[in-house]
Design a protein around this ligand. Structure first.
Ligand SMILES: Nc1nc2c(ncn2[C@@H]2O[C@H](COP(=O)(O)OP(=O)(O)OP(=O)(O)O)[C@@H](O)[C@H]2O)c(=O)[nH]1
Length: 202
């Protein structure tokens, strides 16, 4: 089933203190790493931002949030509103080690009628690396209008299929490399750790 890739690149990066999308890991800028994996899955990619940062170097369509300052849910809302496909895969510019293989596996678990497919890794849901069906859009809009900006509240209102790590084929191929996919960079310490992880062979 056709699926649009949504790449979140807004927010404040307040814990990092500088725009984490543009931090380099190895030779490559964070957001470019994510974008190049998304391109292996689909040509249909939307970069969603609410900042004045110039992401034209990605050569991808850039779209603004429609509701201001609503966090990742605001970005998902804009992505789903602009997207022309029923399914979207949501990912974030602060997850430098995502892979096309993992995205394809998550999409493959989609079944008609579901609103979302979300991995759960080490007991934590990963809603920013997940599939959403366009039919969630009215529920999401309602959350934004009511200022219910917590992902958990939105997820409680839709039908979600959760995939635990041991359900993934990729996990069984290489559990450590699989865990790395979900590494999320928010602080200076995370950035340092990302540098180490990047140099580690799994
Ligand atoms: N389009 C869009 N993306 C956002 C927004 N807020 C956060 N994001 C993205 O969502 C992902 C997760 O962001 P967070 O780490 O929760 O928030 P942040 O504002 O980037 O960082 P902090 O200020 O440290 O919380 C990142 O890829 C951000 O770029 C927003 O309002 N709009």
């Amino acid at each position: 089933m056709e699926c649009t890739m949504l790449l979140l690149a807004g927010g404040k990066s307040s814990r990092m203190g500088v725009n984490k999308a543009l931090l380099k890991i190895g030779e490559e800028v964070n957001i470019s790493r994510v974008a190049s994996e998304l391109k292996k899955v689909s040509e249909n990619i939307l970069v969603i931002t609410n900042t004045s940062e110039d992401y034209r170097f990605l050569h991808l369509p850039l779209i603004p949030d429609l509701h201001k300052d609503r966090g990742p849910l605001g970005g998902l809302h804009a992505g789903m509103s602009y997207s022309k496909t029923e399914l979207q895969f949501l990912t974030a510019c602060d997850m430098p080690f995502v892979s096309a293989e993992a995205i394809n596996e998550i999409i493959s678990y989609y079944e008609p009628g579901l609103d979302a497919i979300i991995p759960e890794i080490n007991g934590r849901l990963q809603p920013l690396f997940a599939v959403y069906h366009k039919r969630c859009l009215p529920v999401l809009t309602d959350c934004l209008v009511k200022q219910e900006l917590k992902m958990r509240i939105f997820l409680e209102k839709i039908s979600v299929k959760i995939i635990k790590e041991t359900d993934f084929e990729l996990y069984h191929k290489n559990p450590k490399r699989f865990q790395r996919l979900f590494f999320n960079m928010n602080t200076r310490e995370d950035y340092q750790e990302a540098g180490h992880i990047n140099q580690t062979e799994f």
